[in-house]
Design a protein around this ligand. Structure first.
Ligand code: ATP
Ligand code: MG
Length: 395
């Protein structure tokens, strides 16, 4: 019996018209993450089979666990013989690898030319197992183990329990968004959750050197690379935000510093998103977490863009966000103690109910359009797929 990896798609199976596009994207994504492994992938509407060397299977499964669009990963045993006695004996061998008291056999016969019907085959195999293993019973409702038999055109596949995949949609099937990535805990988690819905990401970081350090920048690069484990070919855009921030700091009403600074960030992110054909902005805001994240602050800041601003964390508590950041391995990087540009210029009493009238009055004191154009023209671009070589991590 040869071991193969069987992948179940999950939610994308409901996307009838687009199903082929979703499956092909998933296949491409898997191939790109498994570069360096000798594999072949076969698929149909319901399943994907990865053939690999037996010694690579463990490592490949670890990689598949981080790919969106996979609902379940199952190690299946393939037999290329449809002789009933071979099926009976192989089934026994596969189920014996589990420790169980109750079991159930489920047969799926996509090859209708196979002469034994599904129910009959399940019963025959069940009987064979009962005869050969002592002290076990069939339980169709809540069995300790389920033996799945798939009779396909070329081969028969036998499997027991699978490993849960990440779910979601394959990254790249639902467009691209621009993630506002700071060095904090929240924005990487917001990115991870956005990728789940099949949205690919590029990243934008606002830095204020020399008020912020090279370490702060490196931390953001590191976080972007960690997110790329779940994504592909992302670019990180680094905006020189110093002049805008200093100008706001020196000239405008202190209580409005954060509101206006964030409006400028959104404006720049909006223009950049447009130029790279991203269809939304994403950030790590959570309602009420800080003064700039009240609904009225969001309303005042959001006013500068007509792009959707996705806030996947809007209803999350900090502790819940931290748990996810630990799970995706961004937490330790996020808590490194380098100041980001928001923390450097924090006013003592930021406004929590900013008024648009005051915002306009304040903003009219400065030629922000000019500063924004300059910031956009001097954006640095880091190609994470070149810089990263993240596949090496897996090899
Ligand atoms: P985080 O933990 O992600 O830094 P935060 O709780 O510190 O978030 P804020 O500093 O108010 O909150 O920022 C809210 C969101 O705005 C961040 O989650 C991020 O998406 C974006 N943001 C803040 N600062 C920057 C920055 N320097 N560059 C890019 N995006 C930023
Ligand atoms: Mg922050």
């Amino acid at each position: 019996m040869k071991k193969v990896i069987l992948i179940k798609y999950g939610e994308l199976t409901t996307k009838k018209g687009n199903r082929n596009f979703f499956i092909n994207t998933l296949k491409k994504n898997i191939e790109s993450k498994l570069l360096g492994y000798e594999i072949t992938i076969e698929n149909d509407y319901y399943r994907m089979f990865i053939n690999a060397k037996e010694e690579d299977i463990h490592n490949i499964i670890e990689i598949l666990k981080n790919i969106y669009g996979i609902y379940e990963i199952v190690v299946a045993y393939m037999i290329n013989n449809k002789n009933i006695n071979v099926i009976l004996d192989s089934s026994l061998e596969v189920i014996k690898q589990n420790d169980f008291k109750t079991f159930k056999v489920v047969t799926n016969r996509s090859d209708k030319s196979f002469e034994i019907h599904s129910m009959d085959l399940s019963q025959m195999v069940g009987g064979h197992i009962l005869k050969n293993i002592k002290n076990i019973n069939v339980d169709v409702h809540n069995p300790d183990v389920i033996l799945n038999i798939e009779i396909r055109k070329d081969n028969v596949y036998l499997s027991t329990s699978g490993i849960k995949g990440l779910g979601g949609y394959p990254v790249g099937t639902l467009g691209k968004a621009l993630l506002m990535l700071s060095g904090g805990i929240d924005s990487p988690v917001a990115g991870y959750l956005t990728l789940k819905r099949g949205v690919k990401l590029d990243y934008i970081y606002f830095e204020s050197r020399p008020h912020t350090s090279i370490e702060a920048r490196n931390k953001v690069i590191e976080l972007a690379k960690k997110l790329e484990k779940y994504s592909f070919k992302g670019k990180l855009y680094i905006v020189n935000f110093t002049k805008i921030q200093e100008t706001i700091y020196k000239n405008l009403d202190e209580t409005y510093l954060i509101t206006i600074m964030r409006r400028m960030m959104y404006k720049i992110a909006h223009s950049k998103a447009k130029s790279i054909k991203a269809l939304a902005l994403v950030n790590g805001e959570s309602i009420g977490q800080v003064a700039s994240q009240t609904l009225s602050s969001m309303l005042a800041v959001n006013e500068v863009t007509n792009f959707p601003v996705l806030r996947p964390l809007c209803s999350f508590d900090k502790q819940e966000i931290i748990e996810i950041s630990k799970k995706i391995d961004t937490y330790e990087t996020s808590i490194l103690p380098y100041e980001d540009c928001c923390t450097v210029f924090v006013p003592k009493h930021p406004i929590i109910n900013p008024s648009l009238k005051t915002i306009y009055e304040e903003e009219s004191k400065i030629d922000f359009d000019h500063l924004i154009i300059e910031a956009l023209e001097t954006i640095e671009e880091i190609d994470l797929s070149k810089e990263n070589k993240h596949n090496e991590e897996y090899l």
